[in-house]
Structure formats: C-alpha cells, structure tokens
Design a protein around this ligand. Structure first.
Ligand code: SAM
Length: 303
C-alpha cells in the first residue's frame, strides 16, 4: 500500500512512518509513505500557500494551485512507481531513495528537501487531470465519518492521496476538481487535517497482513467483521491480584472453550451497554447466535 499525503506539516507524519506498529510495518515494506508540501509548489519568493477569503470574514484560505501541483506530483510519482514495477529496468533506483520531488518524511528521518520540486514531478503526466483511480481523500469536518469498514477498504486497496487542510479550509474549486472522497474524524474541528489523516493511516496499516506480530489480534479488535462488529472484551495481565482486584477466574482456568464463551459474553454485554446500535446491526445481519440472544436476555437486554 502506498500512501501519499499533501500537507504543510510533513514532519507530523514521522509518527506513523517511524513509530510502533506502523513504523515496523513500513520497515518491513508493507506500505510506503510520501509527503508533498504545497509550499514546494509555489512560484513566489514568499512561497505563499494561502490568501484572504472572498466575501470577507476571518482567517485565510488555502490556495488551489499549490495544492493541485502537489497532488499532480504525488500522482505522477505513483504512476512512475507503477511503471517501474512493470519494467524494473527503468526503475533507476528511485523507489529505494524515495520519489524525487516528494518529501519522504521517514527516509533517514529527515525531509528530503525544502527546495521546490523538480519540474518533472511538478508537471505530472496529466496535470489537473483525473486521479487515475487513486482515491484523493480530503480530511474535512463535512466528510463521511471514518470507521473500521473504511479502514479495511483502504487496507485492501492500493492506497490513497490524503489532502490535509489548514486555516479556514481549502478553495472549493480544488475540492470540486480533484477530490474523490471527503472523510471526517468526528464532529469536532481540528486545526488541520494531519491528525485526522494520521488516524486513518494508522487504522488501515494495522490491518495489512503481517503488520501485527499476531494477525489474530486485529481480528479480535472492536468493530472487526470477525467479531461481528461488536466491542472487544476486557483484557487482563499480571499480577493476578491488583489493589484487591482479581483477574476473572475463567481466564486463569486454561479452559479455552470457557474462555471463548466468557469473552463473547463480555463483548455482548459491553456492546449492549455502550453501543446498542452495533448490537442491532449485528442482529440485523443475522450474526447473533441463539446462545448470544439467550445471554442478552439473561442480562435484561431488550432488542
Ligand atoms: N472552517 C472549517 C469548518 O468549520 O468546517 C474548519 C477548518 S479546520 C480549522 C482546518 C482543516 O482541518 C480542515 O480544512 C480539515 O482539513 C481539517 N479538519 C478539521 N476538523 C476535521 C475533522 N473533524 N475531520 C477531518 N479533518 C478535519
């Protein structure tokens, strides 16, 4: 999976590129990340990326053109990478070094360059053109709320280009021309799209086969299809007694069938208490067994 990000703050992406599960997965070659700074695609000495809003009002608006050029740089690099994959004799080692013109925020821990990108990368094969089937995802409070199904779709596909807004937002004409999806992290306003993009990328990368040490652990997570979209059950580790609180007896029994039943019941009870909507969805899809329904009745849950 290849992730491209258009952002004024490339350094923020070292969090997913270098650290934890996502950093390990990147080092294993399961995904790659390339960050494109619109400032590198400006023509003026001040490297201007924003201007005052038409119609007045507070704040600044991101200019369409540097964003569009940065996006073209990302799409051109993706296309070159795909061509190199088909004909490795023309690769010229580009992929090992990060793509020219991009700021691979993770290669060597440093952005490749602050200077304007080479014209080849800036032009792109089809400047201002379609995204060649690559999702161009704008992080936006007006977008569809991100969820586990969207994370799975992202993990199952070739990746995406994330566009991170700043200031009051982005000139609508860039959105109209180039954005294919708008995604929100939730009903609150962040200062920029970077934290929202980081969350989406993290959620998708941990679903890539081989990203977690034990592939089973993602399957047991909350919202996963394998657990019928319910919330995860509680977890315990040593010591057996902590400040007078014991680990539930069944988890120490070594009886795997009993442990599986206990975990399913805990998951059902927690979901019924906190997210009855998820329980209804599972019921609607016929995913609750007779035993599940009997347990839910026993704890007083009414469908
Ligand atoms: N004026 C905008 C509004 O009220 O909808 C908010 C702009 S916000 C300060 C700057 C940028 O942060 C947005 O363009 C978007 O990219 C990002 N952003 C803010 N909240 C977000 C959210 N809940 N989900 C995804 N991105 C968000």
């Amino acid at each position: 999976m290849r992730i491209d990000i258009v952002s004024l703050f490339p350094d923020m992406f070292a969090i997913v590129g270098d650290l934890g599960v996502t950093g390990r997965a990147r080092r294993l070659g399961l995904w790659s990340m390339h960050v494109w700074n619109p400032r590198d695609y400006t023509e003026d000495v001040h490297r201007t990326v924003d201007d005052r809003p038409y119609g007045g009002g507070p704040g600044m608006v991101m200019l369409a053109e540097p964003l569009e050029r940065a996006l073209d740089g990302a799409l051109a690099a993706r296309m070159r990478q795909a061509e190199d994959a088909v004909d490795p004799t023309t690769a010229a080692g580009a992929s090992a070094q990060g793509v020219p013109g991009s700021r691979d925020a993770v290669a060597g821990g440093k952005p490749a360059s602050d200077t304007p990108a080479p014209s080849a990368a800036r032009a792109g094969p089809q400047p201002g053109g379609p995204s060649a089937g690559v999702p161009v995802i704008l992080m936006s409070p007006a977008g569809r709320r991100f969820d586990q199904a969207m994370a799975q779709d992202l993990a199952d596909g070739p990746g995406a280009v994330f566009i991170c807004g700043r200031y009051e937002g982005i000139d609508q004409r860039f959105i109209d021309r180039r954005v294919t999806h708008e995604v929100s992290l939730g009903d609150f306003v962040l200062s920029g799209g970077e934290i929202a993009a980081l969350a989406c990328i993290d959620a998708a990368v941990r679903l890539l086969p081989g990203a977690l040490n034990d592939n089973e652990s993602a399957r047991q997570d909350s919202f996963n299809v394998a657990t019928h979209g319910l919330l995860d059950s509680p977890h315990y580790t040593r010591p057996e007694t902590y400040h007078g609180l014991d680990v539930p007896e069944v988890l120490r029994s070594g009886h795997h069938a009993h442990i599986a039943v206990w975990r399913r019941q805990q998951s059902l009870a927690l979901t019924a208490a906190r997210r009855p909507d998820l329980l209804e969805a599972a019921r609607g899809e016929g995913l609750l067994s007779k035993q599940d329904e009997a347990f839910l009745r026993s704890i007083g849950h009414q469908p």
